[in-house]
Design a protein around this ligand. Structure first.
Ligand SMILES: [Zn+2]
Length: 320
């Protein structure tokens, strides 16, 4: 088994500075869309070693190597507690549909993107993390109690993608849904913040897409409350996913195991792995290994307006 403890990696000659590149979603959402409509792929910009985007057609700020899962067989897991607003079974059904919307889309001639996404079941871990010395899971979790990031009420969900800075290979992707500030809805009646719309948008990030400049695209950065518009892909979204994972031979012997093995437990709760020479891998909750980048891509919406009632009922208010 390759030795990949953070301690060992840090000593290697190619060790690079830890990088946590936050995607400037707020700015992206507020910026005026450029006249040219384009889907965009999340990318790593070699000059800055930070998250950027590469669009088609090309946009002025394009930079770098686009991200993609290196294997056409990827897994996800759902945090077992789900949310007070949405049950685990409902969450499972929503995400099954959201992933299928992308992987079963028609790239032309009935062909679909060459990507299979496999659900590995509910898990205990609720932390977004990528572990170089321990098992991993691509988690989907709700944040019922408190939304731990800046931007609070306007951020509906956040997908954090960990990737290789040199190749753009995606190693891990975790989704967090803001069920603290946002009144989620299921189904077609009394739509508030449609979970299936939010899920479908976030799955686009999970698979490597960034925000589109096309206001009608599911990957546009802003969700309009009380709509279900993001449930279905737009032509722009289809062009994007079919470019990232072009149709090809059927995926055989699909192995969706996450890098360094699957674990239903967060790193802090996993036993240390035995390593040759007694150099055990240290837990690296939240830590970043050498040569890794982090893209945090959020969906925003006017949650502040809609959440006032909910916040008042919950006996708290947050200002931003
Ligand atoms: Zn987004």
């Amino acid at each position: 088994m390759p030795r990949n403890s953070p301690a060992l990696a840090a000593r290697s000659a190619r060790a690079a500075a830890v990088l946590a590149a936050a995607f400037a979603i707020g700015a992206a959402a507020l910026a005026r869309p450029s006249p040219a409509l384009a889907y965009c792929r999340t990318s790593v910009c070699p000059e800055t070693k930070s998250t950027a985007a590469v669009c088609a057609p090309a946009q002025p700020n394009d930079c770098g190597i686009p991200l993609a899962w290196p294997s056409p067989c990827v897994s996800y897991s759902i945090q077992e507690d789900a949310s007070d607003q949405v049950s685990l079974a409902e969450t499972e059904a929503i995400f099954e549909q959201a992933f299928a919307t992308w992987t079963q889309t028609d790239c032309g001639g009935g062909q679909t993107p060459r990507m299979e996404v496999v659900y590995l079941g509910p898990i205990a871990c609720d932390a977004h993390e990528y572990n170089q010395g321990k098992g991993n899971a691509n988690i989907i979790t709700f944040r019922d109690g408190d939304w731990p990031y800046a931007g609070g009420g306007n951020t509906l969900a956040l997908t954090t993608v960990t990737y290789n800075l040199k190749t753009g290979d995606i190693y891990d992707a975790d989704m967090e849904i803001n069920s603290s500030d946002v009144k989620l809805s299921l189904g077609d009646d009394e739509v508030s913040f449609d979970l299936l719309s939010i899920a479908t948008h976030e799955v686009g990030h999970f698979l490597g897409l960034s925000h589109s400049t096309d206001v009608s695209a599911t990957m546009f950065a802003d969700y309009r409350p009380e709509t279900t518009m993001l449930r279905d892909l737009d032509e722009d979204d289809r062009d994007g996913i079919c470019a990232v994972y072009p149709p090809g031979e059927p995926v055989e012997d699909c192995d969706p195991t996450p890098r360094h093995g699957f674990s239903a437990l967060c790193a802090a709760d996993q036993p240390d792995r035995e390593e040759d020479g007694g150099c055990a891998a240290a837990p690296s909750r939240g830590g970043r290994g050498a040569g890794l980048g982090l893209a945090a891509l959020a969906l925003v919406g006017a949650a502040v307006r809609a959440r006032r009632g909910a916040a008042a009922r919950a006996g708290r208010e947050r200002r931003r």
